[in-house]
Design a protein around this ligand. Structure first.
Ligand code: S3P
Length: 427
């Protein structure tokens, strides 16, 4: 896939549904009583992996495109899959489903692609084992494939060493099945979609500061889930709208849950022109239309408690920092090393290939901005957010940018290139 300098981008679009909320809708819908209708569901490969795992455990799921119908089996209604569960490239599927599987009355093996088989699973294995679970890394390397023998669980209080919604959610989902209360405290609050949706489905769950506590449940009850647009996908159009001179883009119906919306604050701190219009709520999740106009940026510092609220947007923010006047520092973001790729290394290498002045640090990057970038050949490392970040960089750089493995955007945004193309054509 090749990109060249764009003059300006104009128009409106709706980005696909939120990935995190789409996963959770299928998971809770599957273990609830009754039929859950999910609208705005993300048809990305990651969420399709979640559907396929629950189908192999006997759940009828009708996928009609943006509407998905899940015929829940109840908390105890899943059945043993005949084969190994394949979570594909999806960390969310692997980690959250493990929390549910540890408490079933059957055994299961789950795995995923080459990237998933390198990502750390001890972060869920450790707390789930403390709850009485029998979950092992088959190769004994802390990664998938995982073998789970379903067992009765008991509640714990877990002080998580990382601010991770996947860890928190795995423990809370196991907590639905455990004896007694289960709670999780994180160093900083991570995305709270699980807490919001569990409450919607009738679970007794309370949150205070960075602690969430759940009571065991006899049943969850199906309810409609309306998925807002994914701010992590909108992020690429925010970047394009800000960086390509003369642009103006309206992104409709984007989820702006405060535990996800750190990018808006950072962009505004950097001097970007982003207006939030038409604010409302979908299934307890705040949303807005985002109107972005191009303008100059200045550098900033990104670290501490804001990090979990923009963790998936740090690649695109690092790219934007190359165009900002001054030095931008990203710190407290070591988690980037264990995403779909090592996003600190891969960003630093690819930005340097385009002529950026960027230093890799233990827990982030230092970016000396304000120097023009030139086109280059970019290795996406089959990481969807890297591919999309550099597609936008290619619009702002001199010459041509070629992205290797560009098709990996199908993980979270299959129509990304055609949506971008439309805005370029209207420009
Ligand atoms: C997610 C949580 C985050 C995020 C991922 C989706 C979720 O991961 O990076 O894309 O849906 O819970 P961590 O929990 O590992 O931070």
């Amino acid at each position: 896939m090749k990109f060249k300098t764009a003059s300006h981008l104009k128009g409106e679009l709706s980005v696909p549904g939120d990935k995190s909320i789409s996963h959770r809708g299928v998971m809770l819908g599957s273990i609830a009583r009754g039929t859950t209708e999910i609208t705005g569901f993300l048809q990305g490969a990651d969420c399709l992996s979640t559907i396929s795992c629950f189908r192999s455990m006997g759940v009828e799921i009708i996928n009609e495109g943006s509407r998905v119908i899940v015929k829940g089996k109840g908390m105890r209604g899943l059945k043993a899959p005949e084969n190994v569960l394949d979570c594909g490239n999806s960390g969310t599927t692997t980690r959250l489903i493990s929390g549910i599987l540890c408490a079933q009355n059957f055994n299961v093996t789950l795995t995923g692609d080459a990237s998933i088989q390198k990502r750390p699973m001890d972060r869920i294995r450790i707390p789930l084992t403390l709850m009485g679970a029998d979950i092992r890394s088959i190769r004994d390397n802390g990664c998938a494939p995982l073998r789970i023998h379903g067992k009765p669980l008991h509640g714990i209080h877990y002080n998580s060493p990382v601010a991770s919604a996947q860890v928190k959610s795995a423990v809370l989902l196991a907590g639905l099945y455990a004896e007694g209360e289960t709670s999780v405290t994180e160093p900083y609050l991570s995305r709270n979609h699980s807490e919001l949706m569990l409450a919607h489905f009738g679970a007794q769950i309370k949150s205070q500061d960075s602690t969430a506590a759940i009571q065991p449940a006899d049943e969850l009850y199906a309810c409609p889930v309306q998925v807002p647009g994914d701010i992590s996908s909108a992020a690429f159009f925010l970047a394009a709208g800000i960086l390509v001179p003369g642009s103006e883009i309206l992104i409709r119906n984007v989820g702006i849950n405060p535990t996800r919306a750190g990018i808006l604050k950072v962009c505004q701190d950097m001097g970007a022109d982003i207006a939030l219009l038409n604010r409302h709520e979908d299934s307890g999740e705040p949303t807005a239309d985002l109107l972005v106009r191009s303008g100059n940026l200045h550098s900033t510092e990104i670290g501490g408690k804001i990090i979990p609220s923009l963790i998936d947007e740090l690649p695109v923010l690092a790219m934007m920092a190359c165009f900002a006047e001054g030095t931008t520092v990203i710190r407290d973001a070591a988690e980037l090393k264990v995403k779909e790729s090592n996003r600190i290394r891969v960003m630093a290498e690819n930005l340097a290939a385009m002529g950026a002045d960027v230093e890799e640090t233990e827990d982030g990057m230092i970016i000396h901005g304000g120097k023009p970038l030139h086109g280059a050949v970019i290795d996406s490392h089959m990481d969807h957010r890297i591919a999309m970040t550099f597609a936008i960089a290619g619009l702002c750089a001199d010459g041509e940018t070629e992205i290797k493995g560009a098709e990996c955007v199908n993980i979270s945004y299959p129509e990304f290139y055609s949506d971008l193309e439309k805005l370029i054509r209207q420009g």
